[in-house]
Design a protein. Structure first.
Length: 140
């Protein structure tokens, strides 16, 4: 199997932990201490969701992966951790996309027009948000 510059295998294993860095406070339900579904809506221009592969990393090293995001946005509120198999359960896939190091995309989103597409994306995003663990950022 092909290895990436990060030394990870190109294929994302079902058991791998994935994280979505949270750059907007509106993506967090502070009352429930949960991530909102809006954090898992794909980019409408390419129907991909940018994530990072965090297997075998310490908490400190996971936060270090957010540096490119933080440098652009200047805000980081937390992250949503989820296992790859839970994403695949929703008929999506997680594919490597380096650089940057350990970057991946969630792909396979429905590509219909209008309200049907938005409704399907929302339904999937609700499930992913429910399955994800919110980890708040304390230092930025």
């Amino acid at each position: 199997m092909k290895k990436l510059p990060s030394s990870l295998l190109e294929k994302v294993d079902d058991s791998e932990k994935i994280t979505r860095f949270i750059i907007y406070s509106r993506f967090i339900n502070k009352d429930r201490n949960r991530v909102k579904s809006s954090a898992f809506i794909p980019n409408p221009s390419n129907l991909q969701l940018s994530v990072s592969r965090i297997c075998d990393l310490s908490d400190e090293n996971i936060w270090a992966l957010s540096k490119p995001v933080y440098e652009i946005r200047k805000k980081l509120y937390g992250r949503a951790d989820i296992e790859a198999h839970l994403i695949r359960n929703e008929k999506l896939n997680v594919v490597s996309s380096e650089p940057p190091e350990r970057h991946a995309n969630v792909v396979g989103w429905h590509n219909n027009d209008g309200k049907i597409q938005k409704a399907r994306h929302k339904k999937i995003a609700l499930k992913l948000a429910d399955d994800a663990k919110l980890v708040l950022c304390s230092s930025k």
